[in-house]
Design a protein around this ligand. Structure first.
Ligand code: SRM
Ligand code: SF4
Length: 586
């Protein structure tokens, strides 16, 4: 049972609430091969710092590592939430302004609270990223998100569904953050450890438990993994210092069916459902190291490991990999600190052995087999949008488009009302940044489809094959790394294309504002990545620099996944007249 961290926060302001050391966290915290970790207690929380779990040789590497590594050692990230409370109290008392907050806290350390300062776009205001395991939210949470951001106005106070079936609140100010954090914790959610060098949102199947072709119900595993990384096992409060000083971000996806809605091939750990050939027990093959970045885009590689689909095996396997990653991965060059580089350093077979040794050292009775053969019968990936029968008698799921994953406070409340009226208050988010209402009575589907909220300009239950499959990262409106605007362009161009062309299958168009590829262009049928372009200036007769893009084509998802690594075209000006004609050829 999760205890919420409000008590901890209140206590933290006065006296340390706990006096646990890293060794209180048991065998799990320590490294097999290295010296025991340094004990370091945060004086305000009474909990060990993230760094106190690192073996001495890792600390030595971090001490001469990247500037972020040095900053993490100097000032613990896992206690940053206490600072948020303290700053907020001072702001409210008129004793301090946000401009006076230490820059390293403002722009970096608060990311451990899930607070990302949008310093270039909305100075003084933050994006707050949550953790929504398996992308499942409820009507009360949706209304709460709306209440949180409404005060920041229609432009800045919006809610985004992310490409990790997650929620981001926009416009947040430090003085309001404590109430938001408390409100989230009261609703069994958190923003802690959702950004910077943390394990990111657990992605699962949006059809978990409502799918006639389901192989594994991913909910239990996403929740268990979320608890592993986000819940302190000793104090049972939010935020787990054991994983509070990782070398880099870390992504985990649990797939529930052959559709691979969770995109296992672009996550550091991907769990692919598969039966054991001899015993017939359902389990997961492990794929490792998938990621996207400016420096390198890598498709996951098979790890030749299979585990049964039970909670203990899934948590233990992930924990073993995380421990090795935490203590052994690169600490100097952040571009090389993703898991794939470590797996390559070991060699796949040697990494497998290291993981098995680590698991055996926990002595939990978890066994790892070699990878099992995947099913071979013909299979076609299924649509998530629109109305589909569930295996439950008399129930349907209804997938609804959210253009570019962007919601206003009003739209959030409309979705909450629909969920209360039709799906028992439940809402499923997808990595395509849309949502599904599960368990709708067949007899109520027509009424749902006629609801005003689904028949306006934006939310649609039966979008076209292009609109319904358009994805977009945040882009220039809020992201300081963006080279171009994305969400507005994505929404506009998808609408135009729907009017211009008729297609007979989903066309997945992904937009991403820069090569970090948060919008995952390499998995798309057509991927648009912000980049430089030039165009003739008709007045001067000279070429001029304009916002542009690289176009990727042919990325595949599902069990036949494959990334489109090289752009098909570069330097395309980002204007309707340049983009639409080139797309019409596909
Ligand atoms: Fe991302 C950095 C937004 C999914 C790869 N990403 C960023 C930052 C934090 C940069 C910044 O400080 O502004 C962006 C915040 C913008 C904002 O205001 O929203 C940002 N990333 C996003 C989101 C919101 C895009 C979206 O609109 O959905 C997604 C949030 C997911 C979540 O809920 O946690 C998001 N980012 C991804 C994905 C897709 C995925 O996870 O499937 C990737 C590629 C997969 C991967 O990580 O391997 C991705 N984001 C990056 C990278 C490159 C990582 C690397 O190893 O170099 C960065 C840059 C970095 O980390 O240094 C980055
Ligand atoms: Fe920002 Fe680039 Fe990620 Fe888009 S891809 S959200 S522009 S970092």
């Amino acid at each position: 049972m999760v205890k919420y961290s409000r008590a901890l926060i209140i206590a933290a302001a006065a006296v340390p609430a706990y006096a646990f050391t890293a060794s209180s966290y048991g065998r799990r915290a320590t490294s097999l091969s290295s010296a025991p970790p340094i004990e370091q207690i945060d004086t305000r929380t009474g909990k060990p710092t993230g760094s106190s779990f690192l073996p001495q040789d890792t600390i030595d590497r971090a001490a001469v590592g990247s500037p972020i590594e040095k900053a993490k050692l100097a000032k613990d990230g896992t206690s940053a939430f206490v600072d948020v409370y303290e700053y907020a109290a001072k702001f409210r008392a008129g004793e301090m302004t946000w401009e006076e907050v230490e820059k390293a806290d403002m722009n970096t350390r608060l990311k451990y609270v899930g607070m990302l300062h949008r310093d270039k776009r909305t100075p003084g205001q933050f994006m707050m990223r949550l953790k929504v395991p398996n992308g499942i939210v409820n009507a009360d949470q949706m209304r709460f998100y709306a209440d949180c951001v409404e005060k920041y106005g229609e432009e800045k106070g919006v809610i985004d569904i992310t490409t990790r079936q997650n929620i981001q609140l926009r416009g947040v100010k430090i003085e309001d953050a404590p109430d938001i954090i408390d409100g989230l914790h009261a609703r069994n959610q958190t923003s802690f450890q959702s950004a910077l060098d943390s394990v990111r949102n657990m992605v699962g199947s949006p059809l978990a438990g409502i799918d006639d072709q389901e192989m594994v119900d991913t909910r239990e595993f996403c929740n268990a993994l979320n608890d592993l990384v986000s819940l302190d096992p000793v104090t049972e409060t939010r935020g787990n210092p054991m994983w509070g000083n990782l070398p880099r971000k870390f992504n985990i996806a649990v797939s529930g069916s052959r559709d691979d809605y969770a995109h296992t091939h672009i996550n550091d750990i991907g769990l692919v459902p598969c039966k054991h050939a001899e015993t017939g027990v359902m389990g997961f093959n492990l794929v490792l190291g998938g990621y996207m970045s400016i420096k390198r885009v890598a498709e996951s590689i098979p790890a030749d490991m299979w585990i049964p689909a039970d909670r203990e095996s899934v948590v233990t396997l992930s924990e073993a990999i995380l421990r090795i990653f935490r203590d052994e991965s690169e600490r100097k060059d952040r571009q090389k600190a993703r898991l794939m580089w470590l797996v390559e350093k070991y060699g796949v077979a040697e990494f497998k052995q290291a993981v098995i040794n680590e698991i055996n050292s926990y002595d939990r009775g978890v066994t790892v087999s070699d990878a099992q053969p995947l099913p071979t019968e013909p299979f076609e990936r299924r649509e998530l949008m629109g109305v589909h029968k569930q295996p439950q008698e008399g129930k349907s799921r209804v997938g609804v488009l959210i253009p570019s994953g962007r919601l206003s406070a009003t739209e959030c409340r409309e979705i909450a009302d629909l969920a209360d009226a039709y799906s028992g208050g439940e809402i499923r988010l997808t990595v395509e940044q849309n949502f599904i209402l599960p368990n709708v009575d067949d007899g109520k589907v027509n009424a749902l489809l006629k609801e005003t909220a689904l028949n306006g300009a934006r939310l649609k239950a039966n979008p076209g094959f292009i609109e319904g499959n358009t994805v977009s990262c945040t882009g220039a409106q809020f992201c300081g790394l963006a080279l171009v605007e994305t969400k507005a362009n994505a929404e506009l161009i998808a609408k135009k294309l729907e009017d211009l062309v008729t297609v007979d299958r989903p066309i997945r168009i992904h937009w991403t504002g820069c090569p970090n590829s948060c919008g995952q262009v390499q998995v798309a049928d057509i991927g648009i990545m912000g980049g430089p372009a030039r165009k003739l200036n008709e007045e001067t007769g000279k070429m001029m620099a304009v916002p542009g893009c690289k176009i990727f084509v042919g990325g595949r998802i599902g069990e036949d996944a494959h990334l489109a690594l090289e752009p098909y075209k570069e330097g395309v000006p980002l204007a309707e007249e340049s983009l639409i004609p080139s797309w019409l050829r596909f």
